[in-house]
Design a protein around this ligand. Structure first.
Ligand SMILES: [Zn+2]
Length: 487
């Protein structure tokens, strides 16, 4: 349930990771894992006299995102210099977009609908802008205790799309749902891979109604946004309870200690002294380009969820969950096609696979399971080679090792026991070892389940449950008849 007095707005920073090069130079976008400060040039290092050249594809990706979020794409936009002095931006300004008389940022307005339980909630978008990513600062331990800071410019100049929302969210959970949905949309458009470390980061503004607004910076993922905001709500409530004032400031989310810490009192916008970037001409975005991109837009998550319901007959809620992440939707759809039916695939993906991923704190792209190995396991269940129960036992290993279900089952000797003679001998053993339970079962139907449980236990879950059920019940019936006969 959302708290009615909480007001949250987000600024999501999404790297356009599908681009080959950075926003204003020819350096590769694929900077991850490279030796620090090796993926740089005079432009992204900000050497005097170097000239930035906007990446056309980045503009197209921003327009596509605008279309997906039903924003108004500006006909004319311009880059501005946002001036600030900090080591993560060596030229002392960031090239960004700005709204002033005559120009707007690349997209304005729009919205994104999130599903909060069974309800749809609309989160309005204020604007979107393209800007360059600053360098990455590497701290030794927590930011406020680090003896020194290392700077890596490999990331500097990456194309960032900043998406600013209206303060329409009223709980940390809604903030998480917003970012998750945004991620799925960007992945479906194909401009972004949310699985890459640091590809989606955000700043959050939060206030308890009637009190001061606080900004939390550098939240690294949608998982962290919920934790950071929950912490900040308790902190602010604590301050208010003591009848003290919440200070207007910028705070940093410390992922290790799970606390927010004060960084600085909030700058006002005019502190940045925005002025037009003199080295880049204003961008004129032709209607023709917008229309062309509009025609080439791929299927988006909401439309895909509707199609899943319609085509595969799965409940609307399940379809929303499955399309919440592109990788998950693709996984489900591939499995369904391989298996030839959707119900088994959706049940196992929704219930068991998501459960295992959650337990292991993994995302699907980090897991080793593939549609082929997953469907291989489902086929073994359908063919009666293993029971569903064994499927649940081996699934975590499929997820972490990527091995075939058949190999795991053979190795662990987990094939289903459907050999009636063999089962009968196990049933006989259990009856011989549990005289009292057998007497109870003869008198009372409810006590039969204990014996069934013992047989399953003895076969380590491998016995076909239906065969065990009938074998045990049959034997009890025979004992009853015998008792009646002798009475
Ligand atoms: Zn460069």
């Amino acid at each position: 349930m959302a708290d009615t007095d909480i007001v949250i707005g987000l600024e999501a920073h999404c790297q356009l990771t599908s681009l080959k090069t950075k926003l204003f130079c020819g350096c590769s976008s694929d900077y991850r894992g490279k030796e620090p400060n090796s993926n740089v040039c005079i432009v992204c290092l900000g050497h005097p006299g170097s000239l930035p050249k906007p990446n056309r594809k980045a503009v197209e990706y921003a327009v596509m995102t605008g279309l997906a979020l039903r924003s108004k794409v500006s006909e004319r936009t311009a880059f501005y210099r946002k001036n600030y002095y900090y080591v993560d931006m060596s030229k002392n300004f960031q090239i960004s977009m700005y709204e002033t008389s005559g120009t707007t940022t690349i997209c304005e307005g729009g919205y994104l609908d999130i599903n909060v339980g069974p309800h749809k909630k609309r989160i309005r978008i204020t604007r979107m802008q393209l800007e360059e990513d600053p360098a990455k600062l590497v701290h030794i331990g927590p930011i406020d205790l680090s003896p020194y800071t290392l700077v890596d410019y490999n990331r500097a100049g990456m194309a960032l799309l900043e998406i600013v929302t209206e303060p329409d969210m009223s709980s940390p959970k809604e903030a998480r749902l917003f970012l998750q949905k945004l991620r799925s949309i960007l992945e479906h458009i194909g401009v972004f891979d949310g699985g890459l470390e640091g590809a989606m980061r955000c700043d959050a503004n939060i206030s308890i109604r009637g009190s001061t607004r606080v900004e939390i910076k550098n939240i690294s993922s949608f998982k962290e946004v919920e934790k950071a905001l929950n912490f900040e709500i308790s902190r602010q409530r604590g301050v208010l309870r003591k009848s003290e004032r919440v200070v207007r400031e910028t705070r940093h989310w410390d992922e290790i200690r799970k606390v927010t810490i004060s960084l600085r009192e909030k700058e006002e916008e005019h502190d940045y002294r925005y002025f037009p970037e003199p080295d880049i001409v204003p961008l004129v975005i032709g209607r023709e380009m917008v229309e062309r991109l509009g025609r080439s837009m791929p299927e988006l998550p909401d439309a895909r969820a509707e199609r899943f319901s319609r085509e595969y007959g799965i409940p609307a809620y399940d379809a929303q969950v499955l399309t919440g992440e592109k990788a998950l939707a693709d996984f489900f759809e591939t499995c369904t096609k391989m298996l030839g039916e959707a119900k088994t695939a959706s049940n196992w993906v929704m219930g068991d696979l998501l459960g295992v991923l959650h337990d292991k704190d993994l995302e699907l792209h980090e897991a080793k399971v593939t549609p082929a190995t997953f469907v291989g396991m489902l086929r073994m269940i359908n063919d009666g080679k293993i029971s569903g129960k064994i499927g649940k036992i081996i699934l975590p290993e499929l997820v972490t090792s990527g091995r075939d279900a058949e190999v795991i089952v053979n190795e662990r000797d987990m094939q289903r026991i459907a050999d009636t003679a063999l089962l009968k001998s196990v049933v006989d053993e259990v009856f011989a070892e549990n005289r009292k339970a057998v007497d109870d079962a003869v008198r009372d139907d409810n006590a039969v389940n204990f014996l069934i449980g013992q047989v399953m236990k003895k076969t380590r879950g491998k016995a076909d449950p239906q065969l065990v059920n009938s074998a045990v019940k049959e034997k009890v019936m025979r004992l009853r008849e015998k008792n009646q006969g002798s009475a």
